[in-house]
Design a binder for this molecule. Structure first.
Ligand SMILES: [Zn+2]
Length: 366
């Protein structure tokens, strides 16, 4: 199988770039729809629509209801078709962007992805995660096309709750461990090929950037400040993590995340928070040295990320609960099979338990 690397055509990041969207998007279409939830519309609707109109585009906006579900995608697709939309602009977190990507694919037109939080690596990718209306993971949907433009306003990112920023760091840290596992196993990446050197190394650059700048960036965002560290971590969380996971490949951490979404109690934890439990469990599953896992847990705690099952809502999970998680994580479609060894659901359940106990010990000894 061939090595494949894919990416969006353009990436623009900086303070106040939302006000320049018209100049970056004017070639992409004539009738634009902005898809965002109520809070995000409040933050940027005026600025974005004005900039687009100044560039000669027709505009409308649609309020997103909060879940990237089939029903919501169909509803917005019909509205876009009725209005002759040829440019879909998704703004917000992962679910708004994933919905916009699905709508864009249904109408087969251009797309701008505008994350307002640096919480996941969804903005740059050509896939959506589809959930049920009740928030359970249902499927990955893969598309031919990437967003034409990813536009990230770091002033908006730094203004968002720090929890989202921390979550994006967790998602970005996982990218390296997963891409490296996929590389070792000669597994498939997410764009239908084998990883390129570029995909693998971008994942490593993501990890190094987060280790170098993560803590200072969290401190800055805590105060709503945009610093070079915030720029570095925003790029890592968004661009490097996005390209790294898609072209580098996923492995156990995201499969364990998907398994965790099966339990209602985890639904208040963000994507990145659940991914962090997946990462620590992946490290345990791989049999990494105690010192290495402990260091990762320490760094997570410094960043304010969850490290134990109870941190993500699972106080005293039953044997059966963990079996449900582990079996879902080992579904034959799951990326956990990109680990460079055969993985069974009992191994995953035991890794979850071990990672939980080790993390608890690290926290107690601080
Ligand atoms: Zn992720």
């Amino acid at each position: 199988m061939a090595q494949i690397f894919k990416s969006p055509a353009a990436y623009v990041q900086g303070r106040d770039v939302a006000e320049e969207i018209g100049s970056h998007a004017e070639e992409l279409g004539e009738e634009a729809v902005l898809i965002a939830d109520e809070i995000v519309l409040d933050i940027l609707e005026d600025r974005v629509l004005t900039s687009l109109e100044d560039a000669g585009l027709g505009t409308m906006s649609v309020e997103f209801n909060g879940e990237a579900s089939e029903t919501e995608i169909d509803r917005i697709t019909s509205l876009a078709e009725e209005q002759g939309i040829d440019l879909v602009i998704g703004a917000g977190g992962g679910k708004a962007l994933d919905t916009a990507k699905a709508v864009r694919t249904n109408i087969d037109e251009s797309m701008v992805s505008m994350p307002t939080v640096a919480s996941t690596d969804a903005p740059t990718s050509a896939l959506s995660v589809i959930y049920s209306e009740h928030g359970e993971f249902q499927e990955y949907r893969f598309y031919e096309d990437h967003p034409d433009l990813v536009l990230v306003d770091t002033a908006i990112i730094a203004d968002a709750p720090t929890r989202f920023f921390r979550s994006g760091i967790a998602d970005g840290l996982a990218t390296w461990f997963e891409a490296d596992a996929a590389n070792q196993s000669d597994g498939d990446n997410v764009v239908g090929g084998k990883p390129t050197r570029a995909g693998h190394h971008l994942a490593r650059l993501c990890y190094d950037t987060l280790c170098d700048h993560g803590l200072a960036a969290v401190d800055a965002v805590e105060r709503g400040a945009v610093t070079e560290s915030v720029e570095a971590v925003t790029e890592a969380n968004t661009l490097l993590s996005g390209l790294g996971f898609e072209s580098g490949g996923l492995a156990a951490a995201h499969s364990i995340h998907n398994g965790l979404t099966q339990l209602e109690a985890t639904h208040d934890a963000t994507h990145g928070e659940k991914v962090n439990i997946g990462t620590i469990s992946q490290l345990a599953l791989e049999g990494r040295d105690d010192a290495f896992i402990e260091e990762y847990v320490e760094f997570s705690l410094d960043l304010g990320l969850p490290v134990t099952l109870s941190d993500i809502g699972l106080d005293d999970p039953s044997h059966n609960d963990l079996t449900v998680v582990a079996e879902a994580a080992c579904d034959e479609e799951e990326t956990i099979h990109n680990q460079p060894f055969a993985v069974s659901s009992s191994m995953v359940r035991d890794a979850l338990l071990t990672a939980d106990e080790l993390s608890r010990r690290v926290r107690e000894n601080r």
